[in-house]
Design a protein around this ligand. Structure first.
Ligand SMILES: Nc1ncnc2c1ncn2[C@@H]1O[C@H](COP(=O)(O)OP(=O)(O)OP(=O)(O)O)[C@@H](O)[C@H]1O
Length: 647
């Protein structure tokens, strides 16, 4: 037996403050305590992104603004790199087709733009013989323009879906993995991750599909029309248009950052609002028992008010941005008059008269207006770019949280081939306030060394299990886990998780471990169900899917059942038994059980523990009942000051 007294309120000496700053700087939300080294030393050095989202001015420093701009660019570049590296070749194909349609559309638009001046000339000269061919050309041009427009819409939509699929699959691969899902959920690294995956990626993809062709096509068209404009009015024309563009771009650049921040804040507020609505449904019974409807209604209204208020602020920020872009769009036509006026007042067309002069003026006006239009289109993209920046930031933050957790994972767990759980000087800290929960734990558990962890509420039992399961990093010390952990260690939380699927899938969840699936007979499943006292469940499912011919043809173990139905028809105790059934099905070397029998009566608890013992599974349990001790060879008692007693 070892006993390690420690002074109370002890905290861990650590170098976590700069690490925390660095993680927050990439937009990962971390607990405020500076004492627990949750962050890796290799986190990237970036400016504080808090300034990026909040409405407060980032100290008014240009340097910081510049750094935030660089951070934003880096994040957008990362999205570009993911799309570029993707095996989804259709993205490139749709991009190319979209560009071709856009280019064709521009050529047709150019010809359509010349038609009025030609009509002026033909009508001015009363030239009937030229009128009909011109009319025919007009119909042809309009038809091709319509086809190009429809093709652009289709191409844009298809490109958007391909981009969405690629980014979502990449995000799934980064987010739904061994560590990230749990880390993001329990450490609250980013807000509303579900919304980032489902909504933000969709919005980013749709907006990107609209913005990309405009921006890609802008440079060659601008060069082409600059040359044309130069021919009409000399260098003064393009010069005044370029000046107009530079002032417009600078003005919209100034109005854009507040919109980006606000888009980000609105997404967050929307996510919180949706989360609240989901919770009301999930906890409908608790709310009904407490008669808490009034309070829930108030909370829902208040969350809605939050969303509306941020939405209004966004509308105002967009108003200023819209004002700049629209004023510049309209100013463009005024600039075009100046450009047309210059050669006229210089007397360049003095030899022309009547219809001829008006057709030349109309043609020149079109060329200069078109150049201005191209530039104002670029300025107008500012609003969409602000959306891209806001959504993109939220998506990449999730990837950055995954990167950060990956680095933690690679630093924390060593694997051993002896199939043991070994800790040396292991310290566990509370994530939020940095309190030391467990200190200097030296433990060696081999197969058969079952351990019961006890201690008062909130002392750190679950936190220790998370560290032992390799889900959380230790604050300090070393941890060695059996190799091929997925097969060797099973972790059961207190709240049983019911998946959507058949009884076979429910019991054999997660269907594969260490990349291997297990084929099992109905008889084997019935045996496992009997061990945990759920032999009645197949009978309960006999009526399932009655109206569905396909379902009825399936055996009772294979009928599909929704997750809601599972949660509704099984009591909390039955759900816990089902979850223990999975352990008996997979027979891992170690099962780490976090009060996962809390809803079972004493007899049922003893029955499942006996079954696990018989199956040769070594259990590491957290539990409060004294009866549990006889199923464990060792006991670890945690004390509130971070010390422990190991027997
Ligand atoms: N995800 C988290 N984020 C921040 N703080 C946490 C988190 N999980 C646990 N804590 C804090 O760490 C401390 C230990 O919690 P833990 O759940 O490990 O206690 P426990 O001994 O398992 O409690 P109980 O007996 O009630 O289950 C608590 O003060 C808790 O508030």
């Amino acid at each position: 037996m070892s006993y390690m007294p420690l002074p109370s309120q002890q905290t861990l000496p650590s170098s976590s403050v700069p690490q925390r700053d660095r993680a927050q700087s990439v937009g990962i939300m971390l607990p405020s305590s500076p004492t627990v080294p949750l962050l890796p030393s290799s986190a990237p050095e970036t400016p504080s992104s808090d300034a990026f989202y909040s409405s407060e001015k980032p100290d008014g420093q240009h340097k910081q603004q510049y750094a935030i701009g660089r951070l934003l660019l880096r994040r957008l570049r990362r999205i570009g790199a993911v799309l570029h590296a993707s095996s989804n070749k259709r993205i490139g194909l749709w991009c190319l087709l979209l560009l071709i349609a856009k280019l064709l559309g521009e050529v047709v638009y150019y010809y359509a733009g010349r038609l009025p001046s030609e009509f002026y000339r033909v009508l001015g000269d009363r030239d009937v013989s030229s009128f009909y061919p011109l009319l025919f050309r007009c119909i042809l041009v309009v038809t091709v323009a319509g086809a190009c427009h429809a093709a652009l819409e289709l191409g844009g939509g298809l490109l958007g879906t391909q981009v969405r699929q690629t980014l979502t699959e990449y995000t799934h691969a980064r987010y739904i993995d061994e560590k990230t899902l749990h880390g993001v959920a329990t450490q609250g690294l980013v807000d509303n991750p579900d919304q980032r995956v489902t909504q933000d990626i969709e919005r980013l993809s749709t907006t990107l599909a609209t913005v990309l062709p405009e921006l890609l096509l802008a440079p060659p068209l601008v060069v082409y029309y600059t040359v044309k404009c130069w021919n009409i009015s000399g260098f003064l024309g393009p010069l005044s248009i370029y000046l107009y563009f530079i002032v417009g771009a600078l003005a919209s650049r100034m109005a854009m950052p507040p919109v980006v921040k606000q888009v980000y804040r609105l997404e967050r507020a929307e996510g919180d609002f949706r989360f609240l609505s989901l919770r009301v449904v999930e906890y409908a019974e608790s709310i009904a028992f407490f008669s808490g409807q009034q309070r829930e209604r108030k909370a829902a209204d208040s969350s809605l008010n939050g969303v509306i208020s941020v939405q209004k602020q966004l509308l105002w920020k967009q108003f200023w941005l819209g004002l700049v872009t629209q004023v510049f769009a309209y100013l463009g036509s005024t600039v075009s008059y100046v450009i047309i006026a210059v050669p006229i007042f210089l007397g360049r067309y003095d030899d022309r008269s009547g219809g001829d002069l008006s057709s030349v003026i109309s043609m020149n006006a079109f060329v200069s207006l078109y150049l201005i239009y191209r530039f104002s289109l670029v300025i107008e993209q500012a609003k969409r770019l602000a959306d891209v920046a806001g959504f993109g930031t939220r998506i990449v933050q999730l990837w950055e949280a995954a990167d950060w957790l990956d680095r933690q994972a690679s630093e924390q767990a060593v694997r051993n081939t002896e199939g043991k759980v070994v800790t040396q000087g292991l310290c566990v800290g509370a994530p939020r306030d940095g309190r030391l929960l467990v200190s200097n734990l030296d433990l060696q558990l081999g197969p058969g060394d079952s351990l019961l962890i006890t201690g008062p509420n909130g002392v750190g039992k679950t936190s220790l299990l998370r560290v032992l399961a390799g889900l959380w990093p230790p604050a300090s010390g070393t941890l060695s886990l059996p190799a091929a952990a997925a097969h060797a260690v099973f972790f059961l939380p207190q709240q049983a998780y019911m998946v959507a699927g058949s009884l076979r899938e429910q019991l054999s969840y997660p269907w594969t471990t260490s990349g291997q699936s297990r084929v099992c007979s109905d008889g084997e499943l019935a045996r496992v169900l009997a061990l945990v006292g759920l032999e009645h469940v197949p009978r309960m499912l006999e009526g399932e899917g009655e109206g569905d011919e396909q379902q009825r043809q399936l055996g009772v173990y294979d009928r599909w059942v929704s997750a809601q139905t599972w949660a509704r028809v099984l009591s909390p105790g039955e759900r816990q038994r089902m979850s223990i059934g999975r352990v008996l099905f997979w027979r891992p070397t170690f099962a780490i059980l976090d009060e996962c029998t809390s809803s079972l009566d004493v007899a049922a608890e003893e029955r499942v523990y006996a079954a696990m013992q018989e199956a040769g599974i070594t259990v590491v349990s957290v539990g409060h009942r004294a009866e549990l001790q006889r199923f464990h060879r060792r006991r670890l008692h945690l004390l509130a000051d971070g010390s422990h007693v190991l027997e």
